[in-house]
Design a protein around this ligand. Structure first.
Ligand SMILES: Nc1ncnc2c1ncn2[C@@H]1O[C@H](COP(=O)(O)OP(=O)(O)OP(=O)(O)O)[C@@H](O)[C@H]1O
Ligand SMILES: [Mg+2]
Length: 477
């Protein structure tokens, strides 16, 4: 985990820049926070205990990139990462997920991440084992040296259906066993280069045992319940089931199974908990939804439950021990990033203790016409690139003239200002409106080989009326 190649703050920002336009402040803060995790792990052990993460609160209108930053960060962090919606914990009159479940999710994520990596590492070894299983199914090995000297081929153990591939041996084999060996080698080669992929064989596959359902009892929390479920599941004998599959399928089905046998699950669990504790990141989206709106003196109803969620959040963010099925996870050093639009409520509507636990406040900027233009064009996953890729699949090329993009950005900004500001999300609706007809006409009317140009005139034609007509644009754009 102490990876010397860990990204520097500037590198993190540069990576984020590939996907997110603007929002430099926010990028810098998350970059520092991320790098601080690495720094802490390189600090003396006694100091490590003292260094607490500086949790971040991202504030910004809808559609300006809060969630997007978190998503991209997850890739970069190379650490256990979960994103939860605070509002999920509020359902009134329904005992929803308890707040601690976010830590259990993190542990779960850490385990599956690590297991995947470990299994990846033993992939070649597993592939070898799988090949052996498939080979055994095709040509069972002859074990004892053949005793009867009659040279009968009855003991070769050919499966039905493959007798066409009998051996055209040049040298006369000494024994059935040797013959069997040679046949097996030949078949091993054939398996390897995929010649037998369509051949059907019978294999044993582990059946995922019947899932054990447990009714929640009062006072039983989620951790206990899922732990109990797992325990019961493990106690039941794992059923093996015979299945007839093609060699290609067998390879796919068996590979995971064999890889799983080769990794040490206990070690994985231990290491995963350590990673969750030391480099885990929990992104709490929509935190404004659990803030009690300003001026709400009313008692009862959703406000109470929202405050309750905040109170539940407090110990977790502050640092506490949460019981998960992989062991106790200490939340002291988990980095929390919260985000919210705070349209109705304000950060100061959060209970003071919680406000204190998010010392870094970053405001994301509203996006301008200029930003929209760049968002359409620059990000690696820019909308224009997405549509180009879609149409490229039909062998149709799609080009956007610069002027057309400027116009699109202009229209998006205008509709945002007039109807409702939904930030960059507006680009999706505008773009789909613009291209809708073309997308329908390919390939029937616009066959493969067509070259489409999005010109300012086209944008004008498809969208201008819409923008002018308030009644229309409220519904369509
Ligand atoms: N600064 C930006 N650069 C590039 N794309 C952006 C930017 N801001 C938003 N987008 C795009 O707009 C869409 C919505 O953004 P995102 O999900 O980050 O909004 P948000 O800030 O989380 O809003 P909300 O408060 O409604 O959750 C995404 O598809 C994202 O790609
Ligand atoms: Mg969001």
């Amino acid at each position: 985990m102490l990876d010397e190649t860990f990204l520097t703050p500037a590198q993190i920002v540069a990576e984020l820049d590939k996907y997110i336009i603007g929002q430099h402040e926010a990028k810098r803060h998350v970059a520092i926070a991320l790098r601080n995790r690495w720094r802490r792990l390189h600090a003396p052990a006694d100091m490590q205990k003292e260094i607490v993460p500086n949790n971040i609160l991202m504030i910004g209108a809808t559609g300006v990139g809060k969630t997007e930053i978190a998503r991209r960060l997850a890739f970069l962090a190379d650490a256990p990462f979960v994103k939860v919606e605070a509002s999920k914990f509020t359902e009134v009159g329904y005992v929803g997920r308890d707040v601690e479940s976010m830590v259990r999710d993190l542990a779960e994520q850490a385990v599956s991440r690590l297991r995947q990596r470990r299994q990846e590492a033993v992939r070649t070894q597993a592939a070898q084992a799988v090949e052996d299983i498939i080979l055994d199914a095709l040509i069972p090995p002859v074990k004892a040296p053949a005793k009867d000297a009659s040279g009968s081929r009855s003991g070769l153990g050919f499966n039905a259906g493959i007798s066409g591939d009998t051996i055209a041996g040049d040298a006369v084999p000494n024994s059935d066993q040797e013959l069997n060996e040679r046949t097996r080698e030949r078949f091993r080669q054939k398996i390897r280069n995929g010649e037998l992929d369509d051949r059907r064989i019978e294999i044993n596959v582990a059946q995922s045992g019947p899932s054990v359902g447990i009714m929640g009892a009062p006072g039983m929390d989620e951790a206990t319940m899922s732990g109990l479920q797992d325990m019961l599941g493990a106690m039941l004998p794992k059923k093996q089931k015979k299945r007839k599959v093609t060699v290609a399928e067998a390879r796919r089905v068996l590979l995971d199974e064999e890889a799983a046998k080769l990794v040490d699950m206990d070690e994985i669990k231990e290491e995963a908990v350590r990673q969750a504790e030391n480099s885990g990141i929990i992104f709490i989206d929509e935190i404004d939804k659990v803030a009690t709106g300003s001026g709400s003196g009313k008692s009862g109803g959703p406000d109470v439950s929202r405050q309750g969620v905040q109170r539940d959040l407090l110990p977790i963010v502050e640092g506490s021990a949460v019981n998960t099925k992989y062991g106790i996870v200490n939340t002291d050093h988990i980095l929390f990033i919260a985000a919210g639009a705070f349209h109705v409520s304000k950060p100061s509507d959060l209970i003071p203790e919680l406000q204190g636990r998010f010392p870094i406040r970053v405001e994301l900027q509203s996006l301008t016409k200029d930003d929209f233009y760049r968002i359409l064009k620059d990000p690696k996953n820019a909308l224009t690139k997405q549509y180009q890729a879609l149409l490229a699949a039909e062998d149709v090329t799609l080009e956007f003239e610069d002027e057309a993009l400027l116009k699109l950005a202009d229209i998006a900004a205008e509709v945002n200002a007039e109807v409702e500001n939904i930030g960059a999300r507006r680009l999706h609706t505008v773009m789909s409106r613009l291209l809708n007809e073309l997308l329908f006409d390919v390939p029937d009317k616009l066959p493969a080989g067509t070259q489409l140009n999005v010109t300012p005139a086209l944008v004008e034609e498809r969208l201008r009326d819409m923008v002018k007509n308030r009644d229309l644009n409220q519904y369509i754009l």
